[in-house]
Each structure stands twice: as C-alpha cells, then as structure tokens.
Design a protein around this ligand. Structure first.
Ligand code: FAD
Length: 419
C-alpha cells in the first residue's frame, strides 16, 4: 500500500458525482486528506439518491430536494470543489492527469473512478426509439412521469427489481400494466425461486399481467413513436408507454482505455484498489471477488457504493480498510418493503417464517448448516437479526428456525450484545 502525505500540490480527483463519488470525496477528508479535492460529475445536478426514482418519488411530485444527497453549500463546506456538467474524457496514468470535456486537464494525486453505469438498451430493431423510457437519472424520471400521465397502458420489459418497482408504481396510478420477461421467473438473477413465486403472485393479485418466457424481438412504431412490441412467438403487445428495465452496463470505458483490467466492470479488490496504486474505483462501475479465486461479481446497491467509497478513500491514503460486510439492499413494491442480506445463490435449503399469505415473513437460506442470508418482507426485525448474525458469524441453524417459539431477534441480541 502506497503511503501518502496529507497534502501535495495535486488534488485528489473523483470522477462521477453519484452515491459513490460524493462518499469518496467526503471520506478522503475523514481519512485526513488536507489538500484539494475535485469532484467532477457529468449530470447538471448535485449528487442524489437514485432508489426513489423507481419508487415513491415517481408517484409524488419528484421534488429534487427530497432526494438530494448533499447540496452545493454542504459540499463546499467540506472544501470539495464540485464541478457539475463536466464529463471526464480520458485518463493519462503516466502523467497522472484526467482530460475533461471543457477542454481542461486535471492533474491528480490520487483518482477515484465512480462513474456508475448506464441502462442497457433493448438490443432489437426499434429498441433505440427515443420514447422508450428507462430510469437511471432524475431527468429520466421527470420524462417518464410526464409520459405516464398521458398513458393508459404501460409495457415494462424486464422483471428485475427496477422493472417490478416501476410496474407497481404504474398500477398504483391505475394504469394497465404488462411485464414481459425472458426468464421463467421474476427477479431470476436476484432472489431465490421461493421469493420469485411470491412476487409473481403479488403482482398478479394487484392486476399486473406477467408474460413470462417471452422475448421481445422488435419494438413497433408509428410515425417514429413506439406503439408496442413483437414477441418471439409472434404475438404483438400494444402499449401507450414502453419502459425497459433490463439491466446496467458499467461505465468502465475510462478505466479500460487507461489500461486497467475490466471484466463486468473495473476489477478491484476488497479495498477498491485497481492495479494502479494511485487509482481506486467504487460503486456500480466495479466488479470484485469476495475472496481470492472466487468469481467476479458486480453489486449494484447503495451499500456497496458507500462502503467501497470509504474503503477506496482509505486505500488512497495508504490505509487498508476492506469492505467485507455481508451485502444488503431493499426494494419497495406496493406496500411491501423487502430487505435482503447476504446471499441466496448457493443455498440448498430454506426456512420460511411468518405470514407468507399476507407478505409479512422471512426466507432464511442455508447451505448445509451454514447460514447464507435472508430475504424479509415487511419483517424488519428479522432483517436486523439476520444482519447481526451474519456480521458476527453467529451459528444460526435451520433447526432453531423450524421451532415456531424461537425468537431470532432475542437470540441474536443475546448472542452478540452491543458492546
Ligand atoms: C431506478 C433505480 C432504483 C434503485 N433502487 C435501489 C434500491 O432500492 N436499493 C439499492 O441499494 N440500490 C438501488 N439502486 C442502485 C443504486 O442507486 C446504485 O447502486 C448507486 O447509485 C451506485 O452509485 P455509483 O456512485 O456507483 O453510481 P451513480 O450513482 O450512478 O453515479 C455515477 C455518476 O457518474 C457520472 N459519470 C459517469 N461517467 C462519467 C464521466 N466520464 N465523467 C463525469 N461523470 C461521469 C454519472 O452520470 C453519474 O452521475 C437503484 C438504482 C436505480 C437507477
């Protein structure tokens, strides 16, 4: 790890002013960097929280003040030179400079790449029609909310979290909603089959039509406007509004062109370090392996962006503070909040506890006797307990959970009291 002075004549530069970028800039201060910090972001806005864009904010007035993470004054108060509306074009690692699209070049002492990702476009004829919506930025959300006001029927392509959250918002606005999904189950990449089944039931109960194992092969249009889609089986589904939620492509071009290793994103270790001791990368643009030899994966979550940013800022200052906590995230659909912690991907058994019929329960996942993680729907106490158990490595067993009198919260608190 490269030891670094608390100040040099070059600034620390953060490219990307989203969740990870603002955290990295602030964490550099927390880590003792006394020199200049420049935060460059290509959106015209100060950093903001993206999760509400597919949730309650879509139904409300989309007031930017409600989702802003830090205002310009708060950023300036930390001595951070925030430059909105500026896109970083390239990195010269030998000279330690970043070229910006305003024609200037920034020398850096250390560089944080926090460029997030962009939404994948539908890779079919008509998939690039300008009125196909997708939600990544506040400006996308303004555009979508306006189009939703004029629409009666909405077609959502993709039954991942963002797609299903949008579907729920549209139903709450009384729109007719169809979700088209290529896989045989909803949320297939993200959750266990048991949770997919429950979410499919929930959406059908609330009036969404789910078209499963259905691939869009063409977007149909009239006078340049999208009017519907053709499916692989030949059926045509018409809609006033089409929205695609088919995943994220990491913005790793800058890193790739600078010769940094990229696969699924900029490859970093648990301290957010790239192979260049002066460059870290954080958030949605990165891919990492949990342990040596484990496969690379990309986590797209607030927790990941924030924790990697803290680790990356520490690493730039020469300190090792790896981000190794179990991953967690949440999703809001209708009146149901799901909180997930850990992983379910490799489980070989699960235990359900609570009121499944009324969407107030948790699914706990095990591989053999090892507790891997839990998905909790409207069950925040279970989620908190599961986090504590995973954080401390407590020996939770399926047999304990099978006992209806077992109080997981009490057990977790007793086994690992707050210091
Ligand atoms: C609709 C939606 C709902 C979500 N819901 C949840 C949720 O419920 N729970 C959860 O945990 N997570 C959720 N997420 C994911 C979460 O918001 C992201 O994981 C998080 O924002 C990642 O932070 P980041 O800093 O890596 O990227 P971002 O927040 O995307 O910020 C990256 C910034 O970098 C800018 N940029 C890119 N390239 C350049 C360049 N070359 N020069 C300058 N600037 C550049 C981008 O324009 C952007 O402003 C959601 C995301 C979306 C879009």
């Amino acid at each position: 790890m490269k030891a670094r002075a608390n100040r040099t004549d070059r600034p620390m530069v953060v490219v990307g002013a989203g969740q990870g970028g603002i955290q990295a800039a602030e964490s550099l201060r927390d880590e003792g960097w006394e020199g200049e910090i420049v935060l460059v972001g290509d959106e015209p806005h100060p950093p903001y929280h993206r999760p509400p864009l597919s949730k309650e904010a879509l139904l409300d007035t989309l007031d930017f003040a409600d989702i802003q993470l830090r205002g310009p004054e708060a950023i300036a108060a930390k001595g951070i030179d925030f430059r909105p509306g500026i896109h970083a074009l390239s990195i010269d690692r030998a000279a330690r400079t970043v070229a910006l699209d305003d024609g200037s070049t920034l020398a850096y002492e250390g560089l944080v790449i926090a460029t997030g990702g962009h939404n994948r476009r539908l890779p079919v004829p008509g998939g690039d029609l300008p009125d196909i919506s997708s939600l990544r930025s506040i400006d996308d959300a303004y555009k979508f909310a306006a189009a939703l006001g004029r629409a009666e029927t909405v077609l959502v392509v993709g039954a991942g979290f963002v797609g299903l959250e949008i579907a729920a918002c549209c139903r709450l606005c009384d729109k007719q909603v169809t979700v088209v999904e290529r896989e045989s189950r909803v949320l297939a990449r993200a959750v266990a089959p048991v949770i997919s089944e429950i979410y499919a039931r929930l959406h059908r109960e609330r009036g969404v039509t789910l078209e499963m194992e259905a691939s869009v092969v063409e977007v149909l249009s009239k006078d340049g406007r999208a009017t519907g889609v053709r499916l692989a089986d030949g059926r045509i589904l018409e809609a006033d509004l089409i929205v695609a939620g088919i995943g994220l492509v990491p913005n790793d071009r800058l890193a790739k062109e600078a010769g940094l290793a990229c696969e699924l994103g900029v490859i970093v270790d648990t301290c957010a370090r790239t192979a260049d001791p002066d460059i870290v990368a954080v958030g949605d643009c990165t891919a990492t392996a949990h342990a040596p030899g484990q496969p690379l994966h990309r986590l797209e979550s607030v927790q990941n962006a924030v924790e990697q940013a803290k680790a990356g800022a520490a690493a730039l200052m020469g300190r090792e503070k790896p981000f190794v906590a179990p991953p967690w995230f949440w999703s809001d659909q209708y009146d149901i909040k799901m909180r997930s912690v850990g992983r379910s991907a490799d489980h070989d058994r699960h235990v359900l506890r609570g009121d499944v019929a009324n969407y107030r329960f948790s699914a706990f996942y095990f591989r053999g006797d090892t507790f891997l993680g839990a998905d909790s729907l409207n069950a925040v106490q279970d989620h908190n307990a599961a986090r504590r158990i995973l954080d401390r490595g407590l020996p939770l067993s399926p047999e304990q959970l099978a006992d209806p009198t077992f109080d997981i919260g009490k057990w977790a608190r007793a086994a690992a009291p707050v210091a």
